[in-house]
Design a binder for this molecule. Structure first.
Ligand code: TRP
Length: 362
């Protein structure tokens, strides 16, 4: 496909409201999805709250997380006039289609889903008597619900990380089975993953490291909620500074030269500098990065390097943080935006569902 062709297409992103978004989500999901959505005719962002339900969250936590996700994406630049943002649980048609899909989803295929298999492996390792212990049907049929999210809106392209590729394959498989069974290839639209190759076709360049943009956490492991090594994207200034000061460093002497090629502080600095330069043309990323590299050679202390990083991160996020806080203190406004998104999204999902039902039930 040529770049222009994407302008006719629909891109869809589902976001699980699992907790306060962090730096990893920002660089790995939010930024790229917002950036690439501009190449598509329609972009849909939805909060996958039914998917989070498989972990049986407390009601208030789930509600908080939903607002946090919505406020984060809006603060990062999602424009509800140009894109749709809505809650999955506001679109009952998704669940109706999900049942239909489940009747065409081979059970054996779902047995092979990564999340389910990982659970079984864990139970096996722990010598559990019942290998299915702790697994609910929501977890098991997660890929079917995700397929319904995608197919309900006739999505052409879905930006997914490595961990979600299998789900997308399953979605294509199920949709293909239905189209084949009813001998009509127009019933369901088979989606494509937005991977590196696809991205290159869209943007015409290969320098985007989207999908591999995983950011390391405070301890040098991949940043993740489960490792508790993350920095919340919109931590208040004081807390942000405190957390940055916690970055683990080696024991090179205070004034000794330091290796800028092997430093988490430097890696983060580069990411934020490049990000800031895109939004603020008066900021010269290269100049600032080179300066810090040369300070490393001269023997900047870790404390000073962290301070430099803090100043940059704070500068780069403060505007968005302000906007985030505004949204969070005005839930009515958030509700309004989500309801407007719902009204538009439901029209699409209704049309898809009635098309499918017409074929099946006449
Ligand atoms: N499973 C995705 C994740 O864990 C979230 C998701 C749900 C999704 N439905 C989707 C992503 C549909 C893309 C399309 O991140």
């Amino acid at each position: 496909m040529k770049t222009e062709d994407y302008l006719q297409q629909k891109i869809l992103t589902g976001i699980k409201p699992t907790g306060t978004p962090h730096f990893g989500n920002y660089f790995g999901a939010i930024k790229p999805a917002l950036k690439y959505s501009k190449y598509f005719k329609d972009s849909l962002f939805f909060i996958a709250d039914y998917h989070s339900l498989i972990n049986q969250p407390k009601s208030l936590d789930l509600q908080d997380n939903i607002y946090e996700v919505a406020a984060t994406w809006l603060a990062c630049g999602l424009d509800p006039k140009k894109s749709l943002i809505f809650r999955q649980s506001d679109i009952p048609e998704i669940l109706e289609l999900a049942w239909i899909l489940s009747c065409f989803a081979p059970k054996g295929m779902l047995n092979r889903a990564h999340a389910y298999k990982a659970f079984i492996d864990k139970n096996t390792k722990e010598n559990k008597k019942d290998l299915e212990s702790g697994i609910n049907m929501g977890l098991y049929s997660y890929p079917v619900l995700m397929s319904s999210d995608i197919l309900s809106f006739d999505s052409n392209v879905v930006p997914v990380g490595q961990d979600q590729l299998q789900h997308l394959e399953m979605c294509r498989d199920i949709a293909g089975k239905i189209n084949h069974h009813y001998k009509n290839s127009n019933i369901l639209t088979l989606p494509k993953a937005l991977d590196k190759q696809e991205l290159k076709k869209i943007t015409g360049s290969s320098d985007n490291n989207f999908l591999e943009n995983s950011i390391m956490g405070l301890d040098g492991q991949k940043m993740s909620k489960s490792y508790d090594n993350y920095i919340p994207l919109f931590a208040e200034e004081k807390k942000l500074r405190k957390l940055i000061m916690k970055i683990q460093t080696d024991s090179v002497g205070v004034n000794d030269p330091k290796d800028s090629n092997n430093s988490l502080i430097m890696d983060w600095y580069k990411l934020f500098a490049t990000d800031l330069a895109r939004e603020d043309s008066s900021f010269d990323a290269l100049l600032n990065i080179n300066k810090l590299v040369s300070d490393y050679k001269k023997g900047i202390s870790w404390g000073e390097a962290k301070e430099e990083l803090f100043q940059l991160v704070n500068k780069s996020l403060s505007g968005k943080r302000e906007s985030y806080n505004k949204y969070m203190s005005d839930k009515k406004q958030l509700d309004k935006i989500l309801l407007e998104g719902k009204d538009k999204a439901r029209l699409i999902a209704k049309a898809t569902l009635s098309r499918v039902k017409k074929v099946i039930f006449g």
